[in-house]
Design a protein around this ligand. Structure first.
Ligand code: JFZ
Length: 428
């Protein structure tokens, strides 16, 4: 079986799941200005490690996080085991810069995997290829400014291969000491640091040998702007299994030059920061998240939505509220997302279609246009069927009720958005 066929097999659960939780958590939650401040504010190593001494997430209860993810309709979760700051949320034998050496003494990654598996979710790790703490990582901060060299190695030679061995050893730990890992999210490659430069072949061979069913993102070769060879018909060994567009949804999904659909997952924050930042009030609404999820699904993609826990270990209330509202919609409409993909029908003006086999799902996001378009859909339908029983009708536009008397319509916010499932027989 070739690399593309193997990828197809491995990603089946992923394409079915469609919706995941991203969790960016680390020392950066203490200052609360996002996960790049060590670089952006050029904080020295000794200054930054003060956060290490302070770290004590006394309210960390990953069971609460897992329940929030499950109730939101999410099917997998990815936690930052180590972000660019180099602080490890797991008990690595290769560094002292880890959660088990802080006042909390806890292996936060282990607790995460156990709690999320207990709620029936698949688990994954984000692992940063960059490391602003390790003395042999050449530069910290924005890699576009190499003059911001790591304080620890300023003025002395660093042994990048030594850093690579450290990085490979840590990935080995994550792949061998935390049970079955479903997803590995590397981040990120850039000029002079991609693929071979990370000893990528060796790394991928090791990961796949240890976790045969794992799926890996494409950032061992690419980053948030380009997708690398996963977008080609001849992907190389470190192409990964899926592309990961960041804060954007590819206009027409992602295909290879020959037109082959590839697995992809768009990652989004709930405000404009991955790491905790209470001053960032650009909060996305549940309707915005739902619409993005529908759009990703309609283009054969996944969406992973980020939460940014506080230093004490709590997901901010406003993020829990958004996820809870998304979950109420998913409870009724998850059938139009899970295992669904593009419909093959041109995008209608009033919203989007998603499709699974003979089931066509019309997500109407513009009521006024819908009133005109719906009858047009009806011509394609053999039978509308109830989406789910027992749902209180929030509001129903009379013309929609007339058109589809036996179908329940859910208004999940303004503008008027309805989602209903209809059955289209194969011969229409
Ligand atoms: C990366 C991280 O830097 C960021 O902190 C977060 O974890 C995100 C999910 O992934 O963000 C990037 C990395 C590279 C680019 C853009 C965003 N890029 O090269 O365009």
């Amino acid at each position: 079986m070739g690399i593309i066929e193997e990828r197809g097999e491995r990603t089946k659960w992923f394409m079915e799941a469609r919706f995941g939780m991203f969790i960016h958590w680390g020392l950066y939650a203490i200052p609360g200005r996002g996960e790049w401040i060590q670089s952006d504010e050029q904080i020295s190593r000794e200054e930054y490690t003060k956060y290490f001494d302070e770290w004590n997430p006394v309210r960390y209860d990953p069971g609460e996080w897992a329940r929030a993810a499950r109730e939101a309709g999410m099917k997998y979760a990815v936690l930052t085991a180590k972000h660019h700051e180099g602080f490890c949320l797991f008990d690595s034998r290769y560094t002292d810069y880890k959660s088990t050496n802080t006042r909390c003494r806890r292996d936060l990654v282990r607790e995460f995997t156990e709690a999320f598996r207990a709620e029936g979710l698949k688990v994954g790790f984000y692992y940063s290829l960059l490391d602003w703490h390790h003395p042999d990582y050449p530069a910290y901060g924005d890699m576009y400014h190499p003059e911001r060299n790591n304080e620890a190695c300023r003025g002395k030679e660093h042994d990048f291969n030594n850093y690579l061995t450290y990085m490979h050893n840590q990935v080995h730990e994550l792949m061998t000491e935390y049970g079955k890992i479903d997803l590995l999210w590397f981040d990120f490659s850039y000029e002079g640091h991609t693929g071979h430069d990370w000893r990528g072949e060796e790394l991928i061979e090791m990961v796949r040998a240890l976790q045969p069913g794992i799926i890996i993102n494409g950032r061992l070769e690419a980053n948030g702007e380009n997708y690398g060879s996963v977008m080609t018909d001849d992907p190389n060994i470190f192409s990964g299994d899926f592309a990961c567009p960041e804060m954007i949804i590819p206009p027409s999904g992602l295909k290879t030059p020959s037109g082959r659909q590839i697995p992809w997952e768009a990652c989004f924050t709930l405000n404009n920061n991955w790491g905790y930042n209470p001053m960032d009030l650009h909060h996305k609404t549940a309707v915005q998240i739902i619409k993005k999820l529908v759009e990703c699904t309609s283009k054969n993609g996944n969406m992973i939505v980020n939460v940014s826990p506080t230093a004490k270990g709590e997901i901010p209330d406003w993020q829990l509220m958004v996820l809870s509202e998304v979950g109420r919609w998913m409870k009724r409409n998850g059938g139009s997302i899970y295992g669904c993909g593009s419909s093959g029908i041109e995008k209608p003006e009033w919203g989007r279609y998603t499709r699974k086999g003979n089931y066509l799902y019309a997500h109407i996001m513009e009521e006024s246009i819908g009133a005109v378009a719906l009858p047009g859909i009806k011509g394609r339908l053999k039978k509308a069927r109830r989406l789910s029983d027992g749902f209180e009708m929030l509001k129903m536009t009379p013309w929609v009720a007339r058109e589809f008397p036996d179908c329940e319509f859910i208004n999940y916010g303004t503008p008027e958005c309805f989602s209903f499932s209809v059955e289209e027989t194969a011969d229409t």
